[in-house]
Design a protein around this ligand. Structure first.
Ligand SMILES: [Zn+2]
Ligand SMILES: [Zn+2]
Length: 96
């Protein structure tokens, strides 16, 4: 089941379950749209994959299936990430 993480892993911005600003990779790494565009260039720093907008879980389902309680805050280490970003951002996410 999709993990709904309530903040951007890089900048710690709040991303409520119904945020239209939340982006996820296939492993549910979660970042705000600004970080995905400006910092990550659509390359997940953890897995190298691309991002899609996170779907909004219907409010009535949140009681039984609530968002994650723990915050994931691990700012990207740019000097380590840039080589992967440069490589993968030139390849369509669907072809990586
Ligand atoms: Zn962010
Ligand atoms: Zn990822």
């Amino acid at each position: 089941m999709l993990e709904i993480r309530l903040n951007c892993e890089n900048c710690n911005k709040d991303l409520p379950y119904d945020s239209s600003d939340a982006m996820i990779c296939s492993f549910e790494c979660t970042f705000c749209a600004a970080c995905v565009v400006d910092v990550l260039h659509n390359v997940c720093p953890n897995c190298g994959g691309g991002f899609e907008r996170r779907p909004i879980r219907p409010a009535e389902k949140l009681v039984q299936y609530p968002p994650q309680k723990d915050r994931y805050f691990r700012p990207v280490k740019m000097e380590q990430f840039v080589p992967l970003r440069n490589l993968n951002s030139s390849i369509l996410a669907s072809n990586r």
